[in-house]
Write a protein that binds this ligand. Structure first.
Ligand code: BGC
Length: 805
């Protein structure tokens, strides 16, 4: 232990006090020993430091900070170095706001397009997500502070995120859900990790010995800290044993007391606590170094310009019929769509940034050189139908050569704690498009949203430019691509299915009451569509440019693939070349293609470059559930270089010697997995994959409600009081939506409906403690008066305790 001497000087109480927050964002200090408090702040695409009222739902504004494009956007750049630059700028702003730990990036996989937080995550591919995250982390930590990779792990839905049990087989966990974290730890060298809210195979992640001890600390040799997600701690002692250094936010010392008791009673050894303290001290001492230097304000304008450059490299051109883009000089353009006036540029919830500057399309038009003949909103942002708006938009459209139609999702739809209800954009926007099409068919859509949407209307468009969530300078970046000042170079980091029903987890998202079964196994995103031959709207890795590229002369060696890349068009541009592998042996089931490398290269018109994409430790490995290790299967492998996962331009094969591990599966018992058609696997076959029975996925309605049951379960509680409260909550939600207050309605869902009872104690900062919660549970379970008396008694006890004086 590095701080053994210092730890020896600490009392048990002092050590335990460090194990949870002082308040919502800060850690505890011990003045007499020179141990200062740390400040932790969101977030992944801009600093959300709350100076006054604190919350983890984005309700109260933070100090102004640059809002960079969100992770889903920057992932489309496929540029690790760009990620590193974003990280550097984030780090610089964190320092200027005295933040020790920046709560990001989020590297969860996009298992399903409806996950409400997909906008905060990079990709459906773990390799791409891991590489981008490693770049961010290196950038953030280059300033001496710490990143905090989240949410570890398999937190792939927002619904019931604090209680859901993710049932997943070990191979899928390793290959799909852990690989990005592994890269973040080994290549990004993150110094902090946030455990997720959910359980994995029956145990909360924060207490999961296999995840935290065997894999994270053991196999990956992680020396940093584990921090709970806000209010996510379940059993503090189990968390400590698994190696959790910090529970956030504060519990007003309640769980520190539990630690002290557990040590005094001999339940756990003091050394366990000492080790956690040692790792936490390392984080505190190393991240505070930076504050000893003179304070420097960051350059707001420069950071804004950087945010614009990042957006320019991340925007994806999805369709461009008749080369309508870039816009020809002198064309008269009608700008239609509410998003042109009020940019949609980030998601809601814990990552929300209070931008320093905010560009809106209509304010940047003049400098773009594009000639606008006017603007009409065309639709009401939050979905209300308005015929007048459509008529006015059509009137304008008639006079124009081209229509720029700004459509997408509103900010209430993509948020923490809530999943989307469908993959479509609001009906009133589709109606507008249909009406515009009858008067002028030269329509270019500019999409603003952070996740995949269905586009059954795409044939009515000549071009689609996907801006994703471009941050505070995103609108200007889009205009620069429309005008041709910038050649688009982004490619999709996720697949766009034709219909939601086509997605591999369609039948198993967001799961049943208690659990969600990852029956599709390793086949998420393109791994599924490609292997099961399901047509998609836009494949993973797809994106157009104003120029064209030709691939040739592939040469594969033991070290990687080399090929020639020519810019065969008329303008300079950047191409993202992707390396996929396919194993020719059919002994172990695998996706047809898996991304194992990529590179982004700038090439002048007419120029040819020689490009090499190296292999690495992940190129040929697979996780063998028999040996419980990464192995390599002896086989011929196809090495494919593509412009997208569905557009392989050159390929070759290579023979690779294996590690000689025994075959892990019985082929006949896992036919869906061997065919890749895993969108509707039976429970029996899934049980054969995971090697055990799946747990009961429905709530046990006969049992009294406990700490880990959710408020939603009050619907069948014994106590009339609880059932009444449940119906009040449901009514309030319905009513608020009815009167158009969707955002407030969502807060009810996020922060009340799906919250487990223990969460009441965990997020109220000690206002309600666990003994008081016991009283509440008695009331819920039918002992109203007894519970009320208990609640009041415990409340009085708390108020009279010396700590509250
Ligand atoms: C989110 C985290 C976030 C934390 C603090 C949680 O609800 O899941 O991503 O960092 O709140 O705001």
């Amino acid at each position: 232990m590095k701080y053994r001497e210092l730890i020896k000087k600490m009392t048990l109480e002092e050590k335990a006090s460090l194990m949870s927050g002082k308040d919502f964002w800060q850690t505890q200090e011990i003045e007499r020993l020179g141990i200062n408090s740390m400040f932790l702040a969101d977030g992944p695409h801009g600093i959300r430091k709350q100076a006054v009222a604190a919350d983890h739902l984005g309700l109260n504004v933070g100090i102004p900070a640059t809002c960079f494009p969100t992770a889903a956007t920057v992932a489309n750049s496929w540029n690790e170095e760009l990620g590193e630059r974003v990280g550097e700028y984030l780090g610089e702003e964190a320092i200027s706001q005295k933040v020790n730990v920046l709560l990001g990036p989020g590297v969860n996989m996009k298992r399903n397009p409806l996950c409400g937080r997909n906008f905060q995550y990079y990709s459906e591919d773990p390799y791409l997500a891991g590489k981008m995250a490693a770049g961010y982390i290196r950038g953030i930590q280059s300033h001496g502070i710490s990143a905090c990779v989240k949410h570890f792990c398999a937190n792939n839905q927002e619904e019931r995120r604090m209680a859901i049990d993710t049932i997943v087989d070990e191979r899928t966990l390793r290959e799909i859900y852990l690989t990005a974290f592994e890269i973040a730890v080994k290549e990004g060298r993150t110094r902090a990790i946030m455990s997720s809210y959910n359980m994995i195979n029956g145990t909360y992640t924060n207490e999961n010995m296999h995840l935290m001890r065997d894999i994270l600390r053991g196999e990956w040799n992680y020396k940093g800290c584990v921090i709970t997600d806000w209010g996510g701690s379940n059993d503090r002692i189990a968390g400590l044993l698994a190696g959790n250094e910090l529970e956030m936010p504060t519990t007003a010392g309640e769980t520190n007391e539990e630690i002290i008791k557990a040590i005094k009673s001999g339940k756990i050894k003091e050394e366990v606590l000492d080790e956690c303290v040692d790792r936490l001290l390392e984080l505190i001492f190393t991240t505070e170094e930076v504050y000893k230097r003179p304070h420097i304000e960051f350059d707001v304008d420069k950071h804004h310009r950087v945010a614009q450059k990042v957006a320019e490299e991340s925007i994806v051109l999805l369709k461009n019929e008749e080369n309508i883009l870039p816009l020809k000089y002198g064309k008269k353009v009608a700008v239609i769509g509410d998003f042109a006036k009020n940019a949609r540029y980030q998601g809601a919830g814990s990552s929300i940034v209070n931008p320093t500057i905010l560009d809106h399309t209509m304010d940047c038009f003049n400098e773009s050189g594009i000639i606008s003949i006017g603007y009409e909103p065309g639709f009401e942002r939050y979905g209300k139908k308005d015929k007048k708006k459509i008529e006015k938009a059509c009137e304008l459209a008639r006079k124009a050569d081209v229509i720029l139609l700004y459509i997408g999702l509103d900010e209430v739809t993509e948020a923490d704690g809530l999943d989307r209800q469908s993959m479509s954009i609001p009906e009133n926007q589709i109606e507008l498009l249909n009406a515009l099409y009858t008067v002028n068919s030269n329509i270019i859509a500019i999409l603003s949203c952070g996740s995949a949407v269905e586009m059954p209307w795409i044939s009515k468009l000549k071009a689609v430019l996907h801006g994703y969530l471009g941050g505070q300078a995103g609108s200007r970046a889009i205009l620069r691509i429309l005008s041709g000042d910038v050649n688009p170079s982004g490619k999709l980091a996720e697949t766009y299915p034709i219909r939601y029903e086509d997605t591999p987890s369609f039948h198993n998202f967001p799961g049943k009451e208690v659990s969600v079964e990852y029956r599709e196994g390793i086949y998420i995103g393109y791994r599924y569509y490609d292997t099961a031959s399901v047509d998609v709207l836009f494949p993973f890795g797809y994106g157009l440019s104003y120029t064209t590229f030709e691939y040739s002369d592939i040469h594969v060696s033991r070290y990687g693939a080399t090929f020639k890349l020519k810019n065969s068009g008329n303008v300079a541009g950047m191409e993202i070349a992707q390396l996929y592998i396919g194993c020719k042996s059919k002994e172990i089931f695998r996706p047809k293609k898996e991304l194992k490398g990529f590179t982004k290269i700038f090439i002048n018109a007419g120029e040819t470059k020689t490009v090499t994409i190296p292999f690495d430790d992940k190129t040929f490995r697979y996780f063998n559930v028999k040996t419980n290790k990464w192995e390599v299967e002896e086989s011929e492998y196809e090495i494919m270089i593509g412009a997208s996962s569905d557009d392989i331009r050159v390929k070759d094969t290579i023979f690779i010697e294996g590690t000689g591990a025994p075959l892990p599966y019985d082929k006949a018992a896992l036919q869906s997995y061997y065919s890749g058609k895993t969108n509707n696997v039976t429970v029996e076959e899934f049980e054969r994959l995971i090697g055990r029975k799946v747990p009961v996925s429905k709530w046990d309605r006969s049992k009294p409600l406990g700490y880990n049951d959710t408020i939603a379960q009050c619907q069948y509680a014994k106590g009339i009081f609880a059932r009444f409260s449940y119906y009040m909550i449901v009514f309030a939600y319905w009513f608020l939506r009815k009167i158009g207050k969707r955002s407030t309605a969502n807060i009810i869902m996020m922060s009340i409906y799906h919250m487990p009872f223990r969460g009441i104690a965990r997020v109220t900062g000690g206002v309600v403690n666990m003994p008081m919660l016991d009283g509440i549970l008695m009331m819920v379970n039918g002992n109203f008066f007894k519970g009320l008396v208990h609640l009041l008694k415990e409340r009085n006890k708390k108020l009279k305790s010396p700590k509250n004086k």
